[in-house]
Design a protein around this ligand. Structure first.
Ligand code: FAD
Length: 457
């Protein structure tokens, strides 16, 4: 007998509940990945990173991974028929699209009496499982994170040895990833082995200082696990279990790190309960807010995207995003705030741009991160809090190293002077642009708009 394991956001073999279930259910397992045009046609950054991860997974399965392109409902049903698999095993998906797609796949399979079996999820605690005493979901992070820890999670599952992989029923149909594409394009390796190495290196070298340094883009000592977590090259449960066993488990760094993982879980949970919040305001308290659009705004948005707003910390971040497909968390907050509160653009347009350019682009974390900044989501920040892009830079990149790393036109300015080229006589000598808006004025404008919107309630 053969069962199918359909990989999606779980491109690994260790600590993989659905793989264990598939192995238990049949003599052989057919490992499959479907390139779904509905998801994978959004730009080179994502496709390149995905292909790198698939190349690594294919190698880890000894080349057994079956690759197809097309509508998963049809592809999976056809494959199940050709190998006569009664069961297709998956990790439970929690995004709106993933849930709809899986419902369709389930229906297609059921027509032939076959079953879609969901085991585990990409999270330590499956989205939807953490509820308060009255059975309601949480909308605020701190009580969620406490309940999430109290809920707990199972120990990581073992990696099955000697899996009997089934042969591709139609090898001519498989379009293998280029084996040379294991380099994910940002110099970092993709795949399970690379993810485990990155995690263990971070645990050994940087966790201890994570509490103090996590907000410092110049030091660049955060874990960089987001992209590995996005593709499921490592399960968060593996991380949490190894962390709990480590001598650093009781440090401030470890506590902060677990809290950050909890944010990832929280946002997935919010998306599960309110799928609409992917692209609409979670709270309607600011539904009367005026935002700008049209040709003049488009010019400003273009400057933001290209990293030429004249605000060095913002521009450094946007250039890092384009160059690396990754941006430090503090800078994500400041650049997002700049779009929403200095350029007055509604957050979904920025969220879309980030998703298309981030290698770790994740609907739940990204779009709720944007909503947090815009004041429309969970833990809505007080409406009068508007990040100042200059003082944020001076505070979190105190020597200007981050700015100079990404903006060669400011390389001649020493120390924190790189954050304020307008203060140096030679600040603009190497082609750095003037500020496209006046932050103080735009901040006042944002507060006026907020006041009006709140008055509409
Ligand atoms: P670390 O600081 O080492 O954190 C460890 C892990 O915790 C991360 O890998 C991530 O999985 C999780 N985490 C940390 N901070 C957050 C957070 N605020 N929200 C949710 N999870 C978090 N994260 C993504 O994974 N994908 C995104 O598309 C994404 N978009 C964002 C957009 C905005 C506007 C903001 C403010 C944040 C966004 N984040 C996103 C969250 C965060 O910025 C990144 O997870 C983090 O910068 C990744 O780097 P790291 O792995 O070195 O993080």
């Amino acid at each position: 007998t053969i069962s199918i394991l359909w990989f999606r956001r779980d491109l690994r073999l260790s600590d993989h509940p659905a793989l264990l279930a598939a192995v238990d259910s049949a003599d052989e397992v057919l490992p499959v990945f479907v390139r779904d045009p509905a998801l994978h046609d959004r730009g080179a950054v994502r496709t390149g990173r995905l292909e790198a991860s698939l190349a690594a997974l294919s190698a880890d399965t000894g080349g057994a991974l079956v690759l197809r392109t097309g509508d998963p409902a049809e592809v999976i049903a056809e494959l199940a028929e050709s190998v006569n698999a009664d069961q297709v095993h998956v990790s439970r998906e929690s995004t709106p699209y993933g849930r709809r797609r899986d419902d369709r796949v389930r229906e297609h399979l059921a027509r032939e009496g076959r079953e879609l079996v969901e085991t585990g999820s990409p999270y330590a605690v499956g989205p939807g499982r953490v509820l308060n005493k009255t059975g309601e979901p949480y909308r605020v992070f701190t009580p969620f994170s406490k309940a999430w820890r109290d809920h707990g999670w199972p120990e990581p599952g073992a990696r099955p040895d000697d899996i009997a992989w089934a042969a591709d029923p139609d090898p001519d149909e498989s379009h293998d990833p280029d084996p040379g594409s294991r380099d994910a394009g940002d110099g970092a390796e993709a795949g399970e082995q690379a993810a485990l190495e990155r995690w263990r290196e971070f645990l050994r070298d940087d966790l201890i200082s994570y509490g103090d340094q996590r907000d410092r883009p110049d030091l660049d000592t955060t874990s960089r696990l987001s992209v590995h977590l996005k593709y499921g090259e490592i399960h968060p449960r593996t991380i949490l279990a190894e962390l709990a066993d480590d001598s650093a488990a009781d440090t401030e760094g470890a506590r902060r790190f677990v809290t950050e993982l909890a944010w990832r879980e929280f946002y997935a949970d919010v998306l599960w309960h309110w799928p609409r919040s992917a692209w609409r305001d979670l709270r309607d308290t600011l539904s009367g807010m005026e935002y700008d659009e049209g040709p003049e705004t488009a010019v400003l948005v273009e400057a933001w995207q290209q990293g030429v707003t004249g605000y060095p910390f913002v521009d450094a971040g946007m250039r890092q995003l384009r160059a690396e497909g990754w941006m430090h968390n503090r800078v994500r907050m400041v650049t997002a705030s700049f779009l929403v509160k200095d350029l007055h653009v509604w957050w979904p347009s920025g969220a879309r741009y980030f998703l298309d350019h981030l290698r770790d682009g994740d609907l739940a974390s990204n779009n709720h991160g944007w909503q947090w900044v815009a004041g429309t989501g969970t833990d809505a920040s007080p409406y009068f809090r508007v990040f100042n892009p200059v003082t944020q830079g001076v505070k979190f990149d105190p020597d200007g190293d981050y700015v100079r790393r990404w903006i060669p036109e400011l390389a001649h300015l020493a120390g924190a002077a790189a954050h304020e080229p307008w203060r140096s006589a030679d600040g603009y000598d190497h082609g750095y642009p003037e500020r496209i808006v006046d932050h103080a004025e735009e901040r006042r404008e944002t507060l006026r708009r907020y006041d009006r919107a709140k008055g509409d309630d």
